[in-house]
Design a protein around this ligand. Structure first.
Ligand code: ADE
Length: 247
């Protein structure tokens, strides 16, 4: 496998560049950029419109309600910034595959190999199919509901990815045993407590105050497993089933 690129770039193509920039400057994604672990390029799709009104959408051929994003501004925006022909070009759309931690890790791998990831924020009723045919390599949905635009989904994807770039998270915000990670067997995280020890009659479980590391680790494993069974039985896959899948 090729060596990971040191400072990969996430390029976001959007009609709302200010909104996207503001979020990327904040919290862990912002810190990752300031620390030089990732770069962001925000591309305004309107800069690739060809008329003086900077039009990027039009009515659908064949009629029907809703506006469609035109192919030329999208295709040309991608071509203006894409460096690697191998780069993944993701369109955010409710019709895409549903985003999850497995897809996060796949995209991080691709980002580190090719040095870039392009996220196109869809809008209105959708995009002209020819833009899909010409430049889109993957379509991702963040869930079965329809948002007003693809900016929030693109930011969700970017945030999930950046946390998984080596060195971005410090010990204090480690992802090692987050929900959905291998440490949690793909299941949910356990309950966590901090000071005070007692609040409105509710106490921190005694074992967490015991200083007994093995017992604490066991309690956390069991609590995580119990939560997963109760809240997300769909995530519970027995070891035997997983082994069968791998064979
Ligand atoms: N655009 C609108 N809704 C969306 C969703 N659920 N996921 C991805 N992109 C979208």
């Amino acid at each position: 496998m090729s060596k990971a690129v040191e400072r990969p770039v996430i390029r976001i193509l959007t009609l709302f560049p200010d909104m996207v920039r503001t979020v990327l400057e904040t919290s862990i994604p912002g810190r990752a950029e300031r620390q030089g672990q990732v770069d962001y390029q925000v591309v305004d799709i309107r800069d690739f419109a060809v008329d003086k009104h900077r039009t990027v959408d039009d009515t659908a051929y064949g009629g029907g309600a809703g506006m469609i994003m035109m192919a030329p501004p999208i295709v040309e925006a991608v071509e203006s910034c894409r460096v690697s022909e191998q780069a993944e070009v993701v369109l955010t759309t409710p019709q895409g595959e549903t985003f999850d931690e497995v897809r996060t890790l796949e995209l991080v791998d691709k980002l580190q190999q090719t040095g870039e990831l392009i996220l196109i924020c869809g809008h209105y009723k959708g995009i002209d199919e020819r833009a899909r045919d010409l430049v889109v390599t993957r379509e991702i949905s963040i869930g079965d509901y329809v948002l007003s635009g693809g900016e929030l989904p693109a930011l969700v994807i970017a945030d999930a990815l950046v946390r998984r770039i080596e060195g971005v998270l410090h010990n204090s915000d480690s992802a090692a045993n987050d929900s959905f990670t291998a440490d949690r067997d793909g299941g949910l995280d356990c309950a966590w407590y901090t000071k005070p020890e007692e609040y409105r009659g509710l106490n921190v479980p005694q074992v967490l105050l015991s200083g007994h590391h093995a017992n604490i680790a066991r309690w956390r494993r069991e609590d995580a497993a119990a939560r997963t069974r109760e809240r997300r039985p769909d995530l519970v896959v027995t070891r035997q089933e997983r082994r069968n899948d791998e064979e």
